[in-house]
Design a protein around this ligand. Sequence first.
Ligand code: AHG
Ligand code: MN
Ligand code: MN
Ligand code: MN
Length: 336
Amino acid sequence: MKKNISLTRYLVEQQRVDGLIPGQLRLLLEVVARACKRISFAVNKGELGDVMGTAGSENVQGEVQKKLDIIANETLIEANEWGGHLAAMASEEMEGIYVVPNRYPQGEYLLMFDPLDGSSNIDINMSIGTIFSVLKKPEGHPGVHESDFFQPGTQQVAAGYCIYGPQTTLVLTVGDGVAMFTLDREQGSFLLVEENVTIPEDTKEFAINMSNMRHWDEPVKRYVDEVLAGKEGPRQKDFNMRWVAAMVADVHRILCRGGVFMYPWDKREPLKPGKLRLMYEANPMSWLIEQAGGMATNGRERILDIKPTQLHERVSVVLGSKNEVERITRYHLEAD
Ligand code: AHG
Ligand code: MN
Ligand code: MN
Ligand code: MN
């Protein structure tokens, strides 16, 4: 591995050697990284920078927006709208799509993001992040429509996240494995720290919001009961639970050392498939997990195969170490 090479050089070499990254996509990824760098600096300032607390508004999902949700959303839009690489953007914090204004050239890519993941962690100095996913605009019609975004996750051409924790680390896939880049604050650039990230197939670690237990479906209860039974139970080993309450951080831990993450459907809102959003949370994370040798399903089917019908569509999520996700998926299918 060419450790410590810059993100720019990594992308240039990927473009040169494998032709995996066309020039416009490379520009797009550089711009997203630059926006994440700006968000990271805002996050770092905390109370010193007027970035904490709520903004007093609500997003389309009925969540109270934090100031940083809005700052991160605006930062990503401002960074990306002028470069000529994008046709439109979609975000957790915007009801409809954001079409690149006429004063800028229109590109062929579509960018989706969760500008700030883990909003409940902002005010307590815990890890948060930005998640993004890139699609190509379908050809054959002028302009751009919301339905252009309704492509299954298998169609993603790039996906990743940036975690703002003790370090700021950008994690990326363009379909050729997963690479990690940590922000060097003195140089001001992201440097490669890990390539070909691989998730162990087995694990003793699980992540789920246990306070929702009474609302879960039987297969999820069965799985968690079994792991909680530890050495004395059917799994014959003790498990540990970890829950950061920011998907970015929980997925980052799994990419670093394995584990399983679940945000399942629950009885409180039977008509909602789950809490997490398919297009800008589940799809990019599922592709990263698969690229690292893991697995991601909604309990029954592969997340990346789901064809979205709405921008803010939700989905049940089970992802991480392969053997564990396979088991949980089997429990669901057995119960059907
Ligand atoms: P967001 O902050 O972008 O709305 O996403 C929050 C999500 C996800 O990051 C996390 O896994 C989950 O919400 C935690 O939710 P609860 O603490 O409500 O279970
Ligand atoms: Mn939110
Ligand atoms: Mn989120
Ligand atoms: Mn968010």
